[in-house]
Design a protein around this ligand. Sequence first.
Ligand SMILES: [Zn+2]
Length: 489
Amino acid sequence: MVDMKKILKNKKTKTLLLIAGIIMAGSFLYAAYDYGYVYHIKLNGKETEYLNINTEFKDPGVSVRYRGKKFKDYKTESNLDNKKNGTYEVKYIVGKKEIHRKVIVKDTEAPVIKLKDGEKIDYGYGKDFVDPGFEATDNVDGDVTDKVKVEGTVDSKIGEYVLTYKVSDSENNEAVVKRTVNVKDIEGPVLTFKRGINTYAIKGKKIDLNDYTATDNFDGDVTDKVKMEGNVDFDKVGLYKLEYTVEDSNGNKSVVERTVNVQKKNTKGIPVLMYHWFYDDTKGEKAGAVNSHNYISKTNLVKQAKFLKESNYYFPTWEELIDYINNKIDLPEKSVIVTDDDCVASFFNVALPVFQEYQIPVTSFCITKKNTWQSYVDAEYLDLESHTENLHVRKCSGTKWDGAVMCTSYDNIYKDIKTSVEKVKNTYAFAYPFGHYSDDTIKALKANKIKLAFTINSGRVRKGANKYKLPRVRINNGTSIEKYKSLLK
Ligand SMILES: [Zn+2]
């Protein structure tokens, strides 16, 4: 048996045991320390982070040191939902140790206001201010344009005005944008001519070329500041170009180019051309099968328009034609008026662009109950007149398919035409459907203040003609350019 007392009494042995004990305790503590507490974890970034809703959380992570060295392996656990406002937790775990971070998801983004035309605009003096418009969108609420409040006013007087546009989203994030409106005179004077911009003169008879007035929105009457350049030889047939210039006191200039068509006087009457329908043969379209003679190809129309333009034809206004019929004026030898019946889609799609390109005024007679024409009321070189509201039907049975006016009461004809002219807002001219008319029809036109009415009878409009039985010159599908020229000679 080992005598323990003896051993413990031995001094050397005591010291050894003590050392062994210290080593054992140290190892134990070190092992425990190593197991859980040797990792030093520290949050990067803040303990509480704010995250804008619907955006990705860029986790700054943690820094871990193990036995004094950087240690990269740690786990992250989180209940974060970036699509919902709320407070969330992110856990960083390494070994048995973990630390936490709070993430608060909030809508922190204000709406964005976009100003149409920008933050600085010039605005015409003397006009009521109309905002060019704006749009506001929010990252959460979507379109918030209706919630934008505009502070400030813009006077029509010259000066600089500031408008403030404000809008808040449902989390009270506010956006503020300012717009500076510089009200100044940006408009040149308006020149008007008694005889119109493009006019005519009969050879040997001078006309007044200073028949203008000029009015400016800022300066008022500036007629005496107008300068004319160019020259007209009234004794020589030709197309003369003039240029009128006028500048207001703020340096806004207006320039008007004018043509004066000098010709011998017309003695043979004025041809009023009658077109109907069109087709674009350059796109492979064909004439319609029914009444195919009424269809004009684009190729032929271009030839005709080119001929009129290159031969310096003059296109009298309806007022000039009325004065001509009333023997108040003469018109140029080469005068022509272009009309089209029915206002069909092919007129607007195929023919109108050709007439506009060659600067030829054209009148189309519309069956106003149809809606082909409504989007063209402001088209250039176009005049829209009535072809009845709803009487463009051959309904009078037993009387050889006569047009509806032949068997409709005066009251109904009157009402139909009234509706029609109220729609087209023009009463210069009228075309009888199928050329049919009765005494009641003429009476109804006069009662509606229509000044001229066209049949489909062949001929030219002469001085002294009956203004409600005017003839026309029909242009057909088969009308060659040679035939066309001879019709106008
Ligand atoms: Zn018709």
